[in-house]
Design a protein around this ligand. Structure first.
Ligand code: HEC
Ligand code: HEC
Length: 169
């Protein structure tokens, strides 16, 4: 656990240094998702399948290329097997591809080799959460940064408004 805390701290420091540079020419280098609402037309199979182990992450959180990598590697999904039948997989692919273009985010690979891109390791995510201490992420009530709904009750609807954030004890 110590090693993990340490590498997270290093990661945050490295990214912090990156921001100091990026800050100089601002907006151009730093993109964050602004549109996160989930369309009413979202297929049921998406919320059922992609919301069974964790919340169904709103598509606007990642760019289309990142979702493609998710869908291309479902058999090796962060240590889980999330394989789907062909029809369901295609329906989810089409939905994610069409819905995730709105925010024009860059593709950011996971820092951990061999896994698809994460939301929780993107530059905007780390910056938005720089006030959340490392030990808070590890609380039993939180578990990991991927567990958005622990602090953002409306996460599945795409509501991450900072006025409604509540960090559990
Ligand atoms: C069998 C369980 C399971 C299913 C089904 C599943 N996932 Fe996951 N997913 C996981 C696990 C485990 C993680 C890693 C969570 C962590 O690090 O805390 C994860 C992580 C993720 C992440 C990265 C979260 C982060 O850290 O930013 C994304 C994005 C994601 N899943 C998308 C999907 C999509 C899209 C589907 C449907 C096609 C799906 N998942 C279905 C188990 C699953
Ligand atoms: C441990 C609690 C916690 C978890 C888990 C968490 N967040 Fe946050 N989130 C926060 C806090 C605290 C803020 C900052 C609020 C502020 O700036 O006042 C924030 C801010 C945000 C913002 C910016 C909101 C705004 O109005 O500017 C977004 C977007 C966001 N989080 C998305 C996510 C996503 C997506 C996940 C899961 C992959 C997640 N968060 C997981 C606590 C959390």
């Amino acid at each position: 656990m110590k090693a993990r805390a340490c590498s997270l701290a290093l990661l945050l420091m490295a990214l912090g240094a990156g921001f100091a540079v990026a800050g100089d020419d601002g907006e151009k280098k730093y993109k964050r998702p602004k549109q996160l609402s989930v369309p009413l037309s979202a297929p049921k199979v998406w919320s059922a399948e992609c919301g069974s182990c964790h919340i169904a992450y709103p598509p606007g959180l990642l760019p289309p290329a990142a979702w493609k990598r998710q869908m291309d590697t479902l058999n090796k999904h962060y240590g889980s097997n999330a394989t789907l039948d062909a029809a369901d997989e295609q329906a989810i692919r089409d939905f994610l591809a069409a819905t995730s273009t709105v925010n024009r985010l860059p593709l950011e690979p996971s820092p951990k080799a061999g896994e698809p891109p994460r939301i929780s390791t993107t530059a905007w995510f780390i910056r938005k959460h720089d006030e959340v201490r490392a030990d808070v992420w590890r609380r039993k009530s939180v578990g990991s940064a991927a567990n958005c709904v622990a602090c953002h009750a409306g996460a599945e609807k795409g509501d991450f408004d900072d006025d409604r954030v509540q960090i559990p004890k």
